[in-house]
Ligand binder design. Structure first.
Ligand SMILES: *Cc1c(COP(=O)(O)O)cnc(C)c1O
Length: 391
């Protein structure tokens, strides 16, 4: 069902020390798979945070090519970038503070999430100024206690909607919410949040407001909880081929495949004696005469500093571990006394889980974080190379 991975280190930028390869076909195929798993629901692909580090515009286009009929980003700035690039797919944005330029959102046909009366007032003012109707999705806090209107706040927001909907200043396109423990599909909070969501939508209906779309499911709920699919599913992580529930399954168990690969080239290879302390702080010492390799990426590129002595990489057909501390621009590998290669050899930092290449999940497990953080932290100092799609 999924195509074999595209060739990856095919076209690194000339002389690049390290680069990130993005398989756009993987993104399209992942969206197709997510759509297949949520029949009856549209797919809103979440492309916030530079598409989780995969490159905003190419990733968004690949998601649309795979069947996403909606896109979503946290920040208005990201939404405007998509519009400026000519992406015209319906698009939702939700995180802002007072002073945000809702007029720009309305002008660019960007749907705005509203969680509070102040935001509704600001959207309404911007819409009136333009003589236009703003498209909004009202967000109910069903128990995450993050964004969204909670308890009486929801009742107040619903009450405030009536007149401005009647006036034509806003059109309520969606009602939506977000889970706290979607990765534990049987958890009582998941049931409770779903129930509260249905109730909140009914409260809207009783006020005469009938948004065509209800959406609740992130990646984990899309993959594990059909009861939460409603009209639109809203996956992010899974679009990029990563598992939001690593304890329940690896990406391929869900028909997904990783879109990101991170590769570097050794900058230096040299002999070192036994007992040599390596990198800042000498927290690694060579156990015997060996060959050290210098990898020209560091925490400024997004390699976690916490990965010192634990981060997994692959060189040739061997798994190795970062030797000593990760520095700002570089880290060191103990390649072993028999190493016959030299400067320029490739090091796979993040692979696709095939051929025992380290995955984002392996990095996450090594430093006690989540795969989300591993991919999103890859900085734009690493050039993106796009393969597949119409790249
Ligand atoms: C990031 C985010 C998503 C996507 O979550 P994943 O776990 O990556 O699928 C969906 N909805 C909201 C509100 C988000 O912030």
């Amino acid at each position: 069902m999924t195509k074999p991975a595209a060739p990856v280190s095919a076209t690194p930028p000339e002389g690049a020390s390290a680069w990130v390869t993005i398989d756009l076909d993987a993104i399209s195929d992942n969206v197709r798979e997510l759509a297949r798993r949520s029949p009856g629901a549209e797919v809103m692909a979440v492309v916030k945070a530079d598409a989780y580090g995969h490159g905003l515009v190419p990733s968004a286009r690949a998601a649309v090519a795979g069947g996403a009929t909606w896109l979503a980003v946290a920040q208005l700035r990201e939404a405007l970038q998509l519009r400026a690039a000519g992406v015209s797919t319906p698009l939702l944005t939700w995180l802002y503070v007072p002073g945000v330029d809702f007029g720009a959102a309305i002008d660019a046909d960007i749907d705005i999430s509203v969680s509070a009366p102040w935001a509704l007032d600001a959207v309404v003012s911007a819409a009136r100024e333009r003589g236009r109707t703003a498209r909004i999705h009202v967000k109910v806090d069903t128990g995450l206690a993050r964004n969204g209107a909670l308890g009486q706040g929801w009742t107040d927001l619903v009450a405030a909607l009536g007149p401005v909907v009647a006036e034509g200043a806003v059109e309520v396109i969606g009602v939506w919410s977000h889970f706290a423990l979607a990765d534990a599909p049987q958890h009582p909070t998941v049931l409770a949040q779903r129930e509260r969501f249905v109730e909140a939508a009914a409260e809207l209906r009783r006020a005469g407001i009938r948004p065509p779309l209800k959406h609740l499911a992130n990646s984990a709920a899309t993959l594990t909880n059909p009861d939460a699919h409603f009209d639109v599913v809203r996956p992010g992580l899974a679009v990029y081929g990563l598992s939001p529930v690593p304890d329940l399954g690896a990406p391929h168990d869900f028909g997904l495949r990783e879109a990101m690969r991170v590769t570097a080239r050794l900058a230096l290879v040299k002999q070192a004696p036994a007992g040599q302390g390596v990198s800042y702080g000498h927290v690694y010492t060579t156990p015997h005469d060996t060959v050290l390799g210098l990898v020209p990426v560091g925490y400024a590129d997004g390699i976690p500093r916490h990965a010192g002595n634990v981060g997994p990489v692959r060189v040739g057909d061997r798994r190795l571990t970062v030797a000593g501390r990760v520095c700002m621009d570089q880290f060191v590998l103990d390649l072993g006394a028999e190493y016959a290669g030299g400067a320029g050899d490739e090091v796979v930092i993040l692979g696709r889980g095939v051929d025992d290449e380290p995955t984002a999940q392996d990095w996450a497990s090594a430093i006690d974080t989540i795969n989300y953080e591993i991919v999103t932290r890859m900085s734009d100092r690493l050039p993106r190379v796009f393969v597949g799609g119409d790249a």
